[in-house]
Ligand binder design. Structure first.
Ligand code: TYM
Length: 334
C-alpha cells in the first residue's frame, strides 16, 4: 500500500532564526503547504539536548511559531505545533532507539561537531537526537521532508531506521522512506565571515549571519562588512571555484531575486563587490525586513500564538495517536 503524500519538518526554538533557516527551510515550507498536507513543528525537545534557560525557551518557542507565520505559513492550511505537546514523539523515539544501531549514530557528523572535543560531557540526548528526529517524521508517516543540506545525513538515518523497522517486523511500507527536499541552488547558506562554514545561530559573531529580525541599517552594515576577495565579479561560474565567500553572496542574491547564478553573473560581471553589495542589501531588506516586522507584531499577541499551537497540537495528536497505536500492535506491546 502506498502512503499518501505528507510533509513534515521542524525548526529548533533556540533563538535568532537567520537567513539560512529562511532560504534553506522556511521558504520551502510555504511552497509545500499549497501542494500537500503539511505538518510543521517547533522542536522544543530537540532544543533541550543543550541547556536552555527556561524563560528564554518559552519565549523562543513562541518566536519560532511567529517566524513560521511571518514567513507565510497559514495555520488553517498547515498543522503548526510544538513537539513536546504531543507525547508520541518521545514514545516513538524510545522505540526507534531500540531499532537504531550504535554504529549508525557514531557516524553522525553533526554530533561530532556539536559535542566538540569533549564528547564524554555531551548529553545523551544530543547523541540520540537523530532518533528523535526520525520519530518526528515517522510518527506522521511523512513522505517529504524539506530541510537544509546540513540535515541530509539525519534524513538518511531516518530512512535506514524506517527500513529496518519494516523489515524486522515484516510490515512492508508501514513507515514510508522519507524523501529529503533540499533546495538545489542554495542548499547551504554560508557564514558572512567564512564561506566554508555554514551560517548558524551558534557562531559567535553576529556579523556572520543575517537574522530575520535585523533592522535595515544592521543588514546594510553586515553586508558591507561581509568577507569577499579583491577580484571583480567573474563572468563564468567556473571562475568562482576557490572563491567561497563570493559564491555565497552571489547565490544568496540569486535566490532572493529568483534569478539563476548565470543571470546574476551576467548582471554584475566585471563590477566591483561594492556595487553588488548595495544591490544585495536592497534585496535582503525587501525580503527579510517584512518577515522580521511580522514576527515582532505577532510577538505582541502571545495568546494568539498559543492558540495556533493548541489547535495544531489537537490535529497532530490525532494522526500521531493512530500511527502509534498501530506501531505498538506491530511490536507486540499490549
Ligand atoms: P535547525 O533548527 O538547526 O534548522 C532549521 C532548518 O534550517 C535549515 N538550516 C539551513 N539551511 C541552509 N543553510 C543554512 N546555513 C542553514 N542553517 C539551518 C536546517 O537544515 C533545517 O532544515 N534537526 C533539525 C530540526 C528537526 C527536523 C525534524 C527537521 C527536528 N526534527 C524532523 C526535519 C524533520 C534542526 O536542528 O534544524
Amino acid at each position: 500500500m502506498k502512503n499518501k503524500n505528507l510533509t513534515f519538518s521542524g525548526v529548533q526554538p533556540t533563538g535568532n532564526l537567520h537567513l539560512g533557516n529562511y532560504l534553506g527551510a522556511l521558504k520551502n515550507f510555504v511552497d509545500l503547504q499549497n501542494k500537500m498536507e503539511c505538518i510543521y513543528c517547533v522542536v522544543d525537545l530537540h532544543a533541550i539536548t543543550v541547556y536552555q534557560k527556561p524563560s528564554e525557551l518559552k519565549e523562543n518557542i513562541l518566536e519560532t511559531t511567529a517566524a513560521f507565520l511571518a514567513s507565510g505559513l497559514d495555520e488553517n492550511k498547515s498543522i503548526i505545533f510544538n513537539q513536546s505537546s504531543v507525547s508520541g514523539h518521545a514514545e516513538l523515539a524510545w522505540i526507534l532507539n531500540c531499532i537504531c544501531r550504535v554504529g549508525w549514530l557514531n557516524r553522525m557528523t553533526q554530533f561530532k561537531d556539536k559535542a566538540g572535543k569533549d564528547k564524554e560531557k555531551a548529553s545523551v540526548g544530543l547523541y540520540i537526537y537523530p532518533n528523535l528526529m526520525a520519530a518526528d517524521i515517522l510518527l506522521y508517516k511523512a513522505t517529504h521532508v524539506p530541510v537544509g543540506e546540513d540535515q541530509k545525513q539525519h534524513l538518511e538515518l531516518s530512512r535506514d531506521i524506517a527500513q529496518k523497522f519494516n523489515r524486522d517486523f515484516q510490515v512492508e511500507n508501514f513507515f514510508p522512506l522519507p524523501e529529503p527536499i533540499i533546495q538545489k541552488n542554495i542548499s547551504r547558506v554560508m557564514s558572512l565571515r567564512d564561506g566554508l562554514k555554514k551560517m548558524s545561530k551558534s557562531e559567535e559573531s553576529d556579523f556572520a549571519r543575517i537574522n530575520l529580525r535585523d533592522s535595515k541599517d544592521l543588514i546594510m552594515q553586515k553586508i558591507k562588512k561581509a568577507k569577499t576577495d579583491s577580484l571583480p565579479i567573474p563572468e563564468k561560474k567556473k571562475d568562482l571555484i576557490n572563491r567561497p565567500e563570493a559564491l555565497n553572496l552571489l547565490n544568496i542574491y540569486s535566490d532572493l531575486t529568483k534569478k539563476s547564478l548565470d543571470v546574476t553573473l551576467n548582471e554584475f560581471q566585471g563590477k566591483d563587490f561594492s556595487v553588488f553589495k548595495k544591490k544585495l542589501s536592497e534585496a535582503l531588506i525587501e525580503i527579510v525586513c517584512p518577515v522580521g516586522e511580522k514576527i515582532e507584531k505577532l510577538m505582541k499577541d502571545k495568546t494568539f500564538l498559543q492558540k495556533v499551537l493548541q489547535k495544531g497540537t489537537e490535529n497532530a495528536y490525532k494522526i500521531a495517536e493512530e500511527n502509534l497505536k498501530k506501531t505498538r500492535e506491530i511490536i507486540g506491546l499490549l
